[in-house]
Ligand binder design. Structure first.
Ligand code: TXA
Ligand code: MG
Length: 337
């Protein structure tokens, strides 16, 4: 078991932050909360420490990790180019759940970028994360603190369950606020392109930078290399996932089609009809009908389903509306096997 240190999310105890910073300065791995999900952090400009993150997650070396900074000044030192458009976006949205992919400065080791000539950077909107970055005094490399291809952690308990002893210390500040990862926007493409839908909406981005594009990209071959976040097997729970059409009928049909006893099937639903249709499934998780509320609860629901050890989880589809983009993206990936 790693050391788990409780910390107040709003006013982190300086002693706890100093403890975690000390672990990092000795080359250790620290899991810390952000406003999106928990990250698995190491000092981001030291290749051998970044490599430990990949080893702990079982993540293949071709996958870039995000550098977490305390603001735009630290970010600019990591970028070979920083456009006025990038400044405008981070001026409005940092600290916050927007990751910018920009040309990489020589100071950033290639390990961080999975060998690409770009680097992903964000300033997390969480007092604990910001305090840790400032205490270490350097950008922190941190992917989500889960084993590769598993569901991202929204609590310290999820981190411990997924990584165990492969992390040295976990700062536990309770459940994260957004529950879904940052939006990844690439300035390595012209016009700037969304590589991963996330906690910042497309509408919000376009209000600040109207040129932003978000087209579905293929997830195989060359595209997968240019946009590694699109890899198909991200966000998959261990349990098989089937998406069901919204409402009572859709969910009833999906359960019947599985041919499984209800005790072997879990359900994640929103509508009353779907909840009724899932009676007898275990567990039945009811998530809020707003995209924000749903996102906050989704990963915890998937972790709960995995812990229950059922054979299948039937997930009621979410509305096909732009506000649901990040949630719909995670569900589609989880269902793809
Ligand atoms: O909310 C978040 O972004 C969380 C918290 C911990 O900050 N982090 C996170 O990291 O989700 P990770 O490594 O699980 O996902 C990072 C995403 C991946 O899809 C990765 O491919 C993409 O960002 N990414 C990072 N750097 C990139 C780069 N240079 N080029 C293309 N994509 C990049
Ligand atoms: Mg991840």
């Amino acid at each position: 078991m790693p050391r788990v240190v409780p910390v107040d999310p709003a006013e982190p105890d300086p002693a706890a932050i100093a403890d975690a910073a000390g672990v990092m300065r000795r080359g250790g791995l620290v899991a810390f909360p952000t406003e999106t999900v928990y990250g698995l952090g190491a000092r981001g400009l030291r290749a051998e420490e970044v490599r430990k993150i990949f080893a702990a997650k079982g993540r293949p070396p071709g996958h870039p990790v995000i550098l977490h900074v305390d603001g735009e000044a630290m970010a600019r030192e990591l970028a070979a180019e920083w456009s006025s458009s990038a400044s405008r976006l981070v001026g409005a949205l940092w600290p916050g759940p927007l990751t910018l992919v920009v040309p990489r400065a020589p100071a950033v080791p290639p390990e961080v970028s999975g060998g690409l000539d770009t680097v992903g950077i964000r300033a997390p909107d969480h007092p604990v994360a910001l305090a840790l970055i400032r205490a270490v005094g350097e950008p922190l490399a941190a992917p989500s603190a889960n084993a590769h291809t598993h569901v991202s952690p929204t609590t310290a308990e999820h981190v411990v369950r997924s990584l165990g002893d492969r992390v040295d210390l976990v700062l536990d500040a309770g459940p994260t606020a957004f529950g879904i990862e940052s939006t990844v926007l690439s300035f390595g493409h012209d016009p700037p392109r969304v590589l991963r839908p996330g906690a910042v909406s497309l509408e919000r981005l376009r209000a600040l930078e109207p040129r932003v594009v978000h087209e579905r990209v293929s997830v195989e071959g060359d595209e997968a290399r240019a946009a590694p976040g699109m890899a198909a097997k991200h966000y998959a729970p261990r349990t098989s996932v089937t998406l069901a059409a919204r409402g009572q009928e859709g969910v009833a049909r999906a359960i019947a089609r599985s041919g499984l006893a209800r005790a072997r099937v879990a359900a994640i639903v929103v509508t009353d009809g779907a909840r009724d249709a899932a009676a007898g499934c275990a567990p039945v998780v009811v998530l809020p009908g707003s995209p924000e509320g749903y996102a906050r609860g989704l990963f915890a629901a998937l972790h709960e389903v995995d812990a229950a050890g059922v054979d299948l989880v039937v997930v009621e589809e979410v509305p096909a509306e732009p506000a649901w983009w990040a949630v719909a993206d995670r569900l589609a990936r989880a269902a793809r096997r």
